[in-house]
Design a binder for this molecule. Structure first.
Ligand SMILES: C[S@@+](CC[C@H](N)C(=O)[O-])C[C@H]1O[C@@H](n2cnc3c(N)ncnc32)[C@H](O)[C@@H]1O
Length: 270
C-alpha cells in the first residue's frame, strides 16, 4: 500500500506511531504496516492491551457524556488521537449540540487526518500543540478564542500522560492544567498502570521505545496524585472499565475484567 493521501509528505511513516498503534488496537483502518507490526509485538507480550484500549475509549465516551449531562459545554481534549467512533465532539453534541470542543495533538498525521474528517463540524477546532509545554496549549490563540476558562470546562488528558517521561515533569504539567480550571471545572485523566501486568511491562515498554513516543506505566498512587486537590467523582480512580459502566455490555465487562491495566478518574475543582 502507498502512503495515504491524508499524510503530510514531510512525515516519517516508517516509524511505528503511537496514535496509529492505538487506532489498530481499536480496530481502526488508519494505520500502516510498521504500526501494525509494532502493535502485534506488544499484543504478543500482553494480549490484554486490545481490551484495555477499547475500555479506555469507552471510558472517554462515558465521562464526556456524564459531563455534558452535568452541564459542561466546553471541552479541551489534549491528545486527541486519530478520529474514530464516538469522538469527543460527537458524544458531547449528542447531549449538548452547542458544546465547544478544542482538540489538541502534537502529531502532524493526527492533525492532518483530524482536520480532513472533523474540520467541518460545528463548534469543533483542532490545534497543534505539545502537552510537554502546557503554555503552548493554554496560550494558543485558538484555545483562548474558543474556550472561556472562567466558565465550567473539562480538560481531558485521556491516555496521554503515560507518554510523558519522568524527566518531562508529568506531575508539574498536570498540576498546571488543574490550576487553570475554574471552580466547577473538571479534569478527566486515564493512564496505563503497570501493576496488573508486572511481567509484561518491560517488553511492552521496549516495543514503545522504538515507536514515535516511549510509554511509561505508573503506579496507582502516582496516577491518583494527578487528581491532587480535586474532588473525585464517584467511583474515584478505578480501572477504566469500572468507571460508571452504563450499559449491560459495559457492566458485564466491568464485572469480568477487574485488573487495572488503565486507571482513570474524573476530578472536580471546588
Ligand atoms: C493513545 S492516543 C489517545 C487518544 C484519545 N485521547 C483516547 O484516549 O481515546 C494518544 C494521543 O496523544 C498524542 N500525544 C502523545 N504525546 C503528546 C504530546 N506531548 N503532546 C500532544 N499530544 C501528544 C498522540 O499523538 C496520540 O494522538
Amino acid at each position: 500500500m502507498g502512503d495515504p493521501a491524508w499524510a503530510p509528505s514531510s512525515v516519517d511513516l516508517r516509524t511505528p506511531n503511537v496514535a496509529r498503534m492505538y487506532d489498530y488496537y481499536l480496530g481502526g483502518k488508519d494505520n500502516l504496516a510498521p504500526d501494525r507490526a509494532a502493535a502485534e509485538k506488544a499484543l504478543e507480550i500482553a494480549p490484554e492491551i486490545r481490551l484495555a484500549a477499547r475500555q479506555n475509549r469507552a471510558f472517554l465516551g462515558r465521562s464526556v457524556r456524564y459531563l455534558a449531562e452535568a452541564g459542561v459545554r466546553q471541552f479541551l481534549d489534549v491528545g486527541t488521537g486519530l478520529p474514530t467512533q464516538s469522538n469527543v465532539h460527537e458524544v458531547a453534541h449528542n447531549a449538548a449540540p452547542d458544546a465547544r470542543v478544542v482538540y489538541v495533538d502534537n502529531d502532524p498525521v493526527v492533525l492532518a487526518h483530524g482536520r480532513a474528517i472533523l474540520g467541518g463540524a460545528k463548534h469543533v477546532h483542532i490545534v497543534q500543540a505539545d502537552l510537554r509545554r502546557p503554555e503552548e496549549v493554554l496560550d494558543s490563540p485558538e484555545v483562548r478564542a474558543r474556550l472561556d476558562f472562567e466558565r465550567p470546562i473539562a480538560i481531558l488528558l485521556v491516555a496521554i500522560v503515560h507518554f510523558l517521561k519522568d524527566t518531562d515533569g508529568p506531575e508539574e504539567i498536570v498540576a498546571r492544567f488543574r490550576e487553570v480550571l475554574p471552580a466547577g471545572g473538571y479534569l478527566v485523566l486515564s493512564h496505563v498502570c503497570g501493576d496488573a501486568l508486572p511481567r509484561s511491562v518491560p517488553g511492552v515498554t521496549e516495543v514503545y521505545k522504538h515507536s514515535s513516543t516511549p510509554i511509561v506505566a505508573r503506579s496507582p498512587d502516582r496516577i491518583a496524585d494527578f487528581f491532587s486537590g480535586l474532588e473525585l467523582i464517584d467511583p474515584g480512580v478505578v480501572n477504566v472499565a469500572q468507571w460508571r459502566p452504563d450499559s449491560a455490555e459495559s457492566k458485564r465487562i466491568a464485572e469480568k475484567y477487574q485488573r487495572p491495566y488503565f486507571l482513570a478518574g474524573v476530578g472536580r475543582k471546588m
